[in-house]
Each structure stands twice: as structure tokens, then as C-alpha cells.
Design a binder for this molecule. Structure first.
Ligand SMILES: *[C@@H]1O[C@H](CO)[C@@H](O)[C@H](O)[C@H]1NC(C)=O
Ligand SMILES: [Ca+2]
Length: 223
């Protein structure tokens, strides 16, 4: 757990290293926005929303870091699906609303601070985590504990199972961010590694860390 936290700090730097444009940072929460954040559905103590259902965000498609920052201003972060039940809710949202794709908080640990982590090798199997809470993901080639299926797609650009880092083979751009794609490769709704610069709508999920921070620094605020 503690070693993972080291990576956690590095994750903040990582977003910088990974960004094409220099000087990009994670946004701080905006108390007023946190108090009035969109709440589309509620599951196990967390609120969620799809950006396509929020009038002021409905037309926006953003890269992965901007996606995190849209959510973070609301005391949320990109969605993390640690359980099959939660994943099913997100898949249902995508299916019922015909959403083509979304960003999640899934991220490959391929930035500064990750090099020395032998436990994350090989990266395509052991190197993925949820950046919203820094929880490690199950090995990508296995059905996660407690799940009935492997959420990573069995196919993609190279007709290989995901993650396949396909864009790296095309032009050297790593597929370091995790998206849920809706049948883009005739593969149903499934997880894919995708280059972080692509622009997509987002699903945001409450961040306990940011909500606690805003609650403790704004006495009396109702979140
Ligand atoms: C890499 O290839 C993709 C897909 O063709 C393209 O959209 C992207 O702009 C390319 N990136 C670079 C750095 O050339
Ligand atoms: Ca891929």
C-alpha cells in the first residue's frame, strides 16, 4: 500500500509528463461546483454523471487530463470500475444512451516513478491502476477476482486482445489511458487502452479525497 502511494505522488507528475502541452496540472476542486455537482445516479456512497447529460458539458469532448479536471472541479474524478457491479452500471449507462465511448480514470503506470517497480512488469499486464484512488487493477490477462468476465476487449486495431498499445506501433504514441468503447471494433462494450490525447466525453464519480478536502476547508458547506 505504501509503495503504491509513492506511485500515487508520481501520478500527479505523470500527468505532466504524459501531456503533450507543457505546464498542464491537475485542477483543484471548486467548492461551489462541488456543492452543486451533477448527480445522475448514486451507487455505494458515490454520485456519478455522464458529461453528455449535463447541458454545459454536453458538447464537450476532451483529452484524458482535461477529463479528469472537468470532474475534479466538481470534487469528482473520472470513473473507476473496481467491481463487476459498478462496471455493469457504467456499461448499462453506455448501452442505454448509445454513448460511443468514455474516458475512465484507468491509467498505465509508464511515467516517472514507475521505472523501478518490478511488480508492475510486464506493464501491459500488471501496470494498470485507477488514478482516481490509485488502486491497482487486476492483471489485464485475467478475469478479476469476483468477476464473471474479463472487461478488456478481446480485439482491437491489431485484432489482438487489449491492452495492445496499438497506436505505439503506428507512430510511437503510447496508449496509456483507459477508455470504454461501445462496439468500435465490433466487440460490444469493452475496455481499451487508448492514447491519452484522444477527445472523448467523460463519466465522473465522487472523489472522497476531494469531497473531504473541500468539506474540511469550507465549514458548513453542504456537499
Ligand atoms: C498517430 O496516428 C494516429 C492515428 O492515425 C493519429 O490520429 C495521430 O495524430 C498520430 N500521432 C502522431 C504524433 O503522429
Ligand atoms: Ca488499444
Amino acid at each position: 500500500m505504501h509503495t503504491w502511494l509513492v506511485v500515487a505522488c508520481a501520478a500527479l507528475l505523470a500527468t505532466l509528463a504524459a501531456a503533450q502541452k507543457p505546464g498542464r496540472f491537475l485542477s483543484l476542486p471548486v467548492p461551489q461546483k462541488c456543492a452543486n455537482r451533477p448527480k445522475e445516479f448514486f451507487y455505494r456512497g458515490h454520485n456519478y454523471f455522464y458529461s453528455g447529460h449535463v447541458p454545459e458539458l454536453a458538447k464537450r469532448k476532451v483529452d484524458w487530463l482535461d477529463g479528469r479536471n472537468i470532474c475534479r472541479e466538481y470534487c469528482m474524478d473520472l470513473v473507476s470500475m473496481e467491481t463487476q457491479e459498478e462496471n455493469n452500471l457504467i456499461f448499462k449507462l453506455i448501452q442505454q444512451n448509445d454513448v460511443p465511448y468514455i474516458w475512465t480514470s484507468g491509467r498505465l503506470c509508464d511515467f516517472k516513478g514507475c521505472e523501478s517497480r518490478k511488480d508492475l512488469e510486464p506493464k501491459n499486464i500488471f501496470g494498470w491502476f485507477w488514478s482516481a484512488n490509485r488502486e491497482k487493477m487486476a492483471p489485464t490477462n485475467q478475469i478479476p477476482n469476483g468477476w464473471g468476465y474479463n472487461p478488456w476487449s478481446q480485439t482491437g486495431h491489431k485484432k489482438q486482445r487489449q491492452p495492445d498499445n496499438a497506436e505505439f506501433d503506428i507512430n510511437g504514441t503510447s496508449e496509456s489511458c483507459m477508455s470504454v468503447l461501445n462496439n468500435v471494433y465490433n466487440d460490444g462494450i469493452a475496455w481499451h487502452d487508448v492514447a491519452c490525447y484522444h477527445e472523448k466525453p467523460v463519466v465522473c464519480e465522487d472523489s472522497e479525497e476531494l469531497l473531504n478536502y473541500v468539506a474540511s476547508t469550507n465549514p458548513g458547506i453542504r456537499l
